[in-house]
Design a protein around this ligand. Sequence first.
Ligand SMILES: Nc1ncnc2c1ncn2[C@@H]1O[C@H](COP(=O)(O)OP(=O)(O)OP(=O)(O)O)[C@@H](O)[C@H]1O
Ligand SMILES: [Mg+2]
Length: 414
Amino acid sequence: MRDRLVCGLDIGTTKTCAVIAEISGDLPRAPEARILGVGRARTSGMRRGVVRDIDEATRSVTEAVAAAERMAGFKVDGMYVGIAGEHVRAITSPGVVNVTSPEIRESDVQRVIEVARAVVLPPDSEILHTLPQEYLVDRQRGISDPVGMTGTRLEVDVFIVTMSSSVAQNLRKSVERAGYHVTGFVLEPLAASYATLTEDEKELGVALVELGGGSTDLAIFHDGKFRHVGTFGFAGAHVTSDIAQGVSVTQSDAEKLKERYGLAYEPLVDPAEMIELPGTAGQGPRQVQRELLAHIIHMRLEEILSMVSREIEREGYVGKLAAGIVLTGGTAQLAGVVELAREVFVMPVRLGMPGQALAGSLTDAVEQPRFSTATGLALYGMLEQARGVAQAGARAVTVDRVLGSVKRWLNDFF
Ligand SMILES: Nc1ncnc2c1ncn2[C@@H]1O[C@H](COP(=O)(O)OP(=O)(O)OP(=O)(O)O)[C@@H](O)[C@H]1O
Ligand SMILES: [Mg+2]
């Protein structure tokens, strides 16, 4: 059973979340994830993807994974851990090799990717993902799988995502101190895409916008490939602070007001509706228009979404995202956020939550936008393990040598 379990661990700014799933379905071609357990713990050990208090991060990992294990009735040891933050960078790197055999083999593809990966990285950084975008055979573009084709010159464009080694090291320590180990690190918006986006959307062009607690992440997909990643240091926690200031309540009361009465789109509120505010003895009983609360949230989220929209423009994707915007993350749970986003982006907008590719009776435990990353991490793990099975099968019949060191990044192929 143990080797059929996968665990996704999302250590966020406001919460740590673990999802345990069982790999089922038809392996390796059509794997399915059966959700077995979900666990959550509040945390203040992280700030925008970076560990700032290792003991606190460790405590939240212990608590979240133990809760997921209790629900699942199984223990886990390895986990796929999310990586995000401003230390993440992406570059596109080309590679070219000469092909000597009559047709292009798997080993030629590995060789050209290795050439493309040989970039000089800044100090303290390492490669997180290697994602081939397209191949060229004898200068002919747009080839997605060149194996078996005839040609003498093989080129590739590879999308390389890097992360800070020390950030990864501190995350690893938090997980190991809790008694588990990191099977792999995965870029959070990429993980969330596995839980929320369809293949058709990625083909048509789509932007996944994850509205979290400490940061908002953007991932753009086009022609079926991951094309751009961006991050902005504003999200739900800033909305909460604005509310705390705007109506003079504590941060924790502002959080409760936001979740109970919050609306992200002002036109949806009845101006006559009043809400009761918590107050100190000195403040006495207080009431405000719900419209004021909605106004505060609307203004901040409009600003955040506009930053995202400008980045989509800067990257040249205006008019290229036929499937529009998919919103996910905890802050996407605010009522009215889809309406607001439609106004800002002038594109189709939907809410993204885990659901597709999940099986079993506990799926509803993760069907909320805030569980997209943790669920996506488990799905990524499932696909990586299914590919492992497929590669093991392929190795048995192929004469191509599979290099040990190459295996880890080959797993990023999709
Ligand atoms: N039902 C809800 N209504 C409004 N806001 C909500 C709701 N549930 C969660 N949030 C907000 O979502 C935010 C947390 O989102 P999420 O769990 O995606 O972030 P995180 O992973 O902890 O942080 P980050 O990804 O930024 O590091 C908090 O600001 C919280 O107030
Ligand atoms: Mg998050």
